[in-house]
Design a protein. Structure first.
Length: 564
C-alpha cells in the first residue's frame, strides 16, 4: 500500500458487527461492489448478544447462511419467571409457533455468529472486508461520499462510494460526524454481565428472578455456555461489585461451591434511545448507530439485522437501476416505528424483570398466577404474542383491493413448508430466492399466475409461486415461469383465507407489498408504477427484457413521494 490509495465502490460499510456483516452479505449476494471496514483486528472474541429471533434467522436464510449459523444455535428456548433464586415459578413464556420458518426465541453466541458471517462474505468477489481500518473523515458532494480511512500502520486509503452505511455501534463515529443527536427516554440501568463456559446445567430455558432485592437473569447458550445478568443498585459501586468474592456471592444460589469458568465480566449501562435522523444525503445509520435497545426483550441485535435486510435489498435495487434513490427514504419510515415499538417492549419487560419494590414484585407474580386461569391471556404470554408483529405502515407499499388484502399490506409473509413437484419438502423462501415474488393459492393458482401479462413483473425479476391445497394435485400447465408447490401443513391456506382468489406481491425482504385479483392486474401494476414512480425507458427495456424478447421492461425514476 502506498501513502494513499484510492478505492471506488458502490457501498462503504463502517462497522463489521452483526448489522454490518449482514448488510455486507445482502449486498455481496446481489453482486454490489462493497467495502466493509472495522477498526478492530477481527470480529469480536467476547460474548455480547445472546438471543437471535425468527426474523433474523430468516434473514440468514435469505443470504444463504442459515444452515451454517444454526450449527451454533440452540433453537426454541423460552423464559421462566421466578420470585427469587430458590423461589417458585410464577410465569412461563414458551413459544412453539414458527410462522416465519424458525422458532421465535433462540440462543446463540455472537463471536461464533460474526465469524460465520465473515466467512460467508468470502463467497462474493464483489465484497471486500478490511479489519484494522478506521474511518477518520468523510465528505459528500455530487451524489458521492468520499471517505478517508487509515489502517493500523497509519497508511491512508481514500474511498469513493455512492453510499456510506454506519453500522459502527452506539458510540457511532459517523453519527457524531453528522452531528445527529440521540433522543428517547431517560431510562438507565446498570447490570453486571457474566459469561461462563463448561456449564453443567441441563436446563435450557431462560430463568428470570424478579427479586426486588437483586434481579438476576440466567440465559443458557450453545456449547455448554451460560450468561448471568445481575442488577446493580444506584448506590452500589460497580468496580466493587466485580470483585471475585462478590461474583462468587451472586453465583452461589445457582452454582453452589462448584468451580465456574468465567470468560467475561463487565458492567453495562442500558439505554432506550434513537437517532433523530437515519439518513443525511447518501449516508445512513443502522443498528446501534440508529437505535439503542435495553436487553430485556433480546431485540437489540435483531433490530439491527432487520435494518440491514430492509436497507440492503433497497440499496441493491437502486444500484442496479430498478429503484430510484428516493426509495431509500422508505428505510427510515418503515423501520423507525417498529424499532421504537421493540424498545418500548423492552422497557415494559424491564418492569417485570426488575421490580422496583417488594410490593411491585408481588403484584407482578400475582398477575401472572391469575393469567394461568384465563386461556386467551395465558396463550398471549405463552406464545409471545405480546411481541410487536413485524409491520410497516408507510413506505414501498400499495394499499388497494379487498379489505382482507389491505390488512396484510406491510406485514411479513409467513414461510410455510411446501412440497415441490419432485416430492421434496422445501420452505417458501428457498423457492423464491432473493427476489420479489408473486404468490397465489388454490387449484387455479398456476393458471392465474401464468396469465399475468404486466411488464412490471419481469422488470422487477419477480418469481411466480403457485401453492395448491394439500388435498389437491399439482395441475399440469405449460408455463416454465411458474413454480408449483403443495401446502403440506395448511399454513399457506391460513394466510390466504382472507384473500380468496387473489395474488400477493411480496418484496425481497418478505414483506407484503400488496395484493390483487387477475382482473385487477393492470390497475394494481399501475398503482405500483405510481407508488414507486416507475417509468418505461428503452435502456431499461434492453437491460431487463425477458429471454424471449416479448416483454418491455420498466426502470424506476426518482419518485416525488412514497406510498403512505
Amino acid at each position: 500500500m502506498t501513502d494513499q490509495q484510492t478505492h471506488s465502490v458502490d457501498i462503504l460499510i463502517v462497522g463489521a458487527g452483526p448489522t454490518g456483516l449482514t448488510l455486507a452479505n445482502v449486498l455481496g449476494q446481489a453482486g454490489i461492489r462493497t467495502l466493509i471496514i472495522d477498526r478492530k483486528p477481527s470480529t469480536v472474541a467476547e460474548p455480547r448478544a445472546v438471543s437471535i429471533d425468527d426474523e433474523s434467522l430468516r434473514t440468514m436464510q435469505f443470504i444463504g447462511m442459515d444452515q451454517q449459523v444454526l450449527k451454533d444455535v440452540v433453537l426454541g428456548y423460552g423464559v421462566h419467571y421466578f420470585t427469587r433464586p430458590g423461589g417458585h415459578c410464577f410465569g412461563k413464556v414458551e413459544p412453539t409457533r414458527s410462522e416465519y420458518g424458525f422458532p421465535r426465541r433462540n440462543a446463540f453466541r455472537q463471536p461464533l455468529f460474526e465469524a460465520t458471517l465473515r466467512q460467508g462474505g468470502q463467497r462474493f468477489a464483489s465484497l471486500e472486508m478490511r479489519f484494522g481500518h478506521e474511518l477518520t473523515s468523510f465528505q459528500q458532494a455530487d451524489g458521492q461520499v468520499e471517505a478517508l480511512i487509515r489502517n493500523d500502520a497509519g497508511q491512508a486509503l481514500k474511498v469513493c462510494a455512492r453510499y456510506l452505511v454506519a453500522c459502527d455501534g452506539g458510540r457511532s463515529t459517523v453519527r457524531t460526524m453528522l452531528d445527529i443527536p440521540m433522543s428517547g427516554t431517560t431510562f438507565k440501568s446498570r447490570w453486571i454481565v457474566l459469561d461462563t463456559e463448561n456449564d453443567d446445567d441441563s436446563f435450557w430455558q431462560t430463568r428470570v428472578y424478579c427479586d426486588a432485592e437483586r434481579p438476576i437473569v440466567e440465559v443458557p447458550g450453545p456449547h455448554r455456555t451460560r450468561r448471568f445478568e445481575v442488577m446493580i443498585h444506584p448506590h452500589e459501586d460497580a468496580d466493587a461489585m466485580l470483585q471475585d468474592e462478590r461474583i462468587s456471592e451472586f453465583l452461589r444460589p445457582f452454582r453452589g461451591d462448584k468451580p465456574t469458568t468465567i470468560v467475561r465480566k463487565v458492567v453495562y449501562t442500558f439505554h432506550a434511545r434513537m437517532a433523530e435522523r437515519w439518513r443525511i444525503g447518501n449516508v445512513f445509520l443502522a443498528g446501534d448507530a440508529a437505535h439503542l435497545t435495553p436487553p430485556y426483550a433480546g431485540q437489540g441485535m435483531n433490530s439491527g439485522i432487520r435494518d440491514a435486510h430492509n436497507l440492503g435489498w433497497k440499496l441493491a435495487e437502486v444500484i442496479a437501476g430498478r429503484l430510484p434513490d428516493a426509495a431509500l427514504d422508505s428505510y427510515e419510515s418503515e423501520r423507525r416505528p417498529h424499532a421504537w415499538a421493540l424498545i418500548k417492549l423492552a422497557l415494559n419487560l424491564g418492569e417485570v424483570m426488575a421490580p422496583r419494590s417488594r410490593w411491585h414484585a408481588a403484584a407482578i407474580s400475582g398477575f401472572f398466577r391469575l393469567v394461568a386461569y384465563v386461556p386467551p391471556l395465558r396463550d398471549y404470554f405463552l406464545q409471545m404474542k405480546f411481541k410487536p408483529k413485524p409491520r410497516y405502515y408507510r413506505g414501498l407499499l400499495v394499499r388497494q383491493g379487498k379489505p382482507g388484502g389491505q390488512q396484510l399490506v406491510g406485514t411479513m409473509c409467513p414461510q410455510p413448508k411446501l412440497q415441490a413437484v419432485d416430492g421434496s419438502i422445501v420452505r417458501l423462501d428457498d423457492v423464491v430466492g432473493p427476489a420479489y415474488a408473486l404468490l397465489a393459492f388454490g387449484t387455479q393458482a398456476a393458471q392465474m399466475l401464468a396469465g399475468l401479462q404486466a411488464p412490471l413483473w419481469d422488470a422487477l425479476g419477480t418469481r411466480r409461486i403457485a401453492i395448491v391445497p394439500r388435498q389437491a394435485a399439482v395441475a399440469a400447465i405449460d408455463s416454465p415461469g411458474v413454480v408449483q408447490c403443495v401446502d403440506v401443513e395448511d399454513q399457506a391456506q391460513a394466510f390466504f383465507k382472507s384473500l380468496g382468489a387473489a395474488i400477493v406481491l411480496v418484496r425481497p425482504d418478505r414483506y407484503v407489498a400488496g395484493s390483487f385479483t387477475v382482473a385487477q392486474e393492470a390497475v394494481f401494476a399501475q398503482a405500483c408504477m405510481d407508488s414507486f414512480r416507475l417509468h418505461s425507458t428503452p435502456a431499461a427495456a434492453t437491460a431487463t427484457a425477458s429471454a424471449e424478447g416479448i416483454v418491455e421492461a420498466s426502470a424506476l425514476v426518482r419518485p416525488t413521494a412514497l406510498a403512505e
